[in-house]
Design a protein around this ligand. Structure first.
Ligand code: PLP
Length: 405
């Protein structure tokens, strides 16, 4: 049974106060809080089991390597990947997408080649493609979302032309919570010989993900949103694509042999993991994934659906609040604006009531342009949030409305 009170007790920070009020943490879209098991795993890794990985033969190096490498298998299991050699460790989604841009895309893009992407992308899934536009003459083809905030997979598929080499789309919008049918997109792209990259930063936190069923070529996740440490993460890359990629960063661990006039490389995934990695960060991510799998992602998703429905009803009841995006199957992420108040002011008032929300463009400026707003305030829910926290949010919004109306 999913007992949210017990779950909340696993997260020490949730019992603190902010501005004299109990913390209501609704900034999970930016980064999630950490359960004690993750904090303990980090402490144990440093206080009892720490050494550099891969190169040593002594006891602690072997132990640290074992603990670190075990996380690769956990990530594969969490993402439904059949082969853990398709998991490349990264410091997060941003590094994962840049890896694809530098290692896979740059060597094969000719001027005029296209990348299809949606207006709902996070900058992490836009700026690396702008690099290709600026440096190699790539063309970015933008697909709009509809009035409800949905991204029609057919619109993405229709944008694929003879010059398209890559489709890069989010699985869940970090601003609107919209879930995208990335499996349909990946299937159609594959039929046309086009690769697909999916930004799974948000989706992997809120719903079960099966990368083999989705069938994309690249699927990126970031550890700190998954209740793990910052600086942890991974990207799932299908074998055929790994074989096509040239190394991006050079250094230790990614080589087989280095001589004065020659170098040969390690096999993937290590070919793409130069230098000392985020050893303890990834070990912490492993503990976070164990925790999530222990709860069951289906159960997490069901809990958050309940929160979404409740929050949607209550927010829709505030006729002076403009909620952006009404996709039916969306995740529990709500962006809103209030006439007469800047999103930053709204967030500051909510903070006085202990309610943490994010305000700004959420690293999604093309989406802000599409919506016609400079910024929104965003309440993003996680596995430990409750309906009574939705009530506190609503009370705080009512207070803000009284102040600004
Ligand atoms: N993509 C989406 C949809 C996100 O929400 C985020 C983080 O906000 C990112 C990418 C970037 O993740 P990171 O900063 O952890 O690399």
């Amino acid at each position: 049974m999913y007992d949210v009170a017990t779950i909340r007790a696993d997260f020490p920070i949730l019992s603190r106060q902010v501005n004299g009020k109990p913390l209501v943490y609704l900034d999970n879209g930016a980064s999630a809080q950490k359960p004690q098991v993750v904090i303990d795993a980090i402490t144990r890794a440093y206080s009892e089991e720490y050494s550099n990985v891969h190169r040593g033969l002594h006891f602690l190096s072997n132990l640290a390597t074992e603990n670190y490498e075990a996380v690769r298998g956990k990530i594969a299991g969490f993402l439904g990947a059949a082969d853990e050699r398709e998991i490349v460790f990264t410091s997060g989604t941003t590094e994962g997408i840049n890896l694809v841009a530098y290692s896979w895309a740059m060597p094969r893009f000719e001027p005029g080649d296209e990348i299809v992407l949606s207006v709902a992308e996070h900058h992490a899934n836009i700026v690396p493609w702008h690099f290709l536009r600026e440096r190699q003459g790539a063309v970015l083809k933008w697909v709009e979302i509809d009035a409800k905030g949905d991204l029609d997979p057919q619109a993405v598929i229709d944008a694929i032309g003879p010059k398209t080499k890559l489709v890069a789309v989010t699985h869940m919008s970090n601003v609107l919570g919209t879930v995208v049918d990335v499996a349909a997109i990946a299937r159609a792209a594959r039929e046309r010989g086009v690769a697909t990259l999916v930004d799974g930063s948000q989706a992997a936190v809120h719903m079960p993900v099966d990368v083999d069923a989705i069938g994309a070529d690249f699927y990126a996740i970031t550890g700190h949103k998954l209740y793990g440490p910052s600086g942890s993460g991974a990207i799932h890359i299908r074998k055929e694509r790994l074989a096509e990629m040239r190394p991006f960063m050079g250094g230790g661990d990614m080589i087989r042999e280095v001589h004065r006039d020659a170098v040969s490389y390690n096999d993937p995934p290590m070919k793409f993991e130069a230098g000392t990695p985020g050893i303890v960060q990834q070990i912490g991510l492993g503990a976070a994934l164990d925790y999530l799998m222990g709860l069951g992602m289906e159960n997490v998703a069901a809990h958050e659906r309940g929160l979404r429905d409740y929050a949607r009803d209550r927010l829709d009841g505030l006729n002076w609040l403009q909620v952006q995006g009404h996709s039916t199957g969306k995740g529990a992420i709500f962006s809103f604006t209030m006439e007469g108040a800047h999103a930053h002011d709204l967030s500051t008032i909510l903070d006085k009531k202990g309610v943490a929300v994010r305000a700004g463009h959420h690293c999604a400026q093309p989406l802000m342009d599409h919506l016609g707003v400079p910024a929104t305030a965003r309440a993003s829910f996680g596995l430990y949030n409750t309906k009574s926290e939705v009530d506190v949010l609503i009370e705080a919004l009512e207070l803000a409305h009284d102040l600004f109306a």
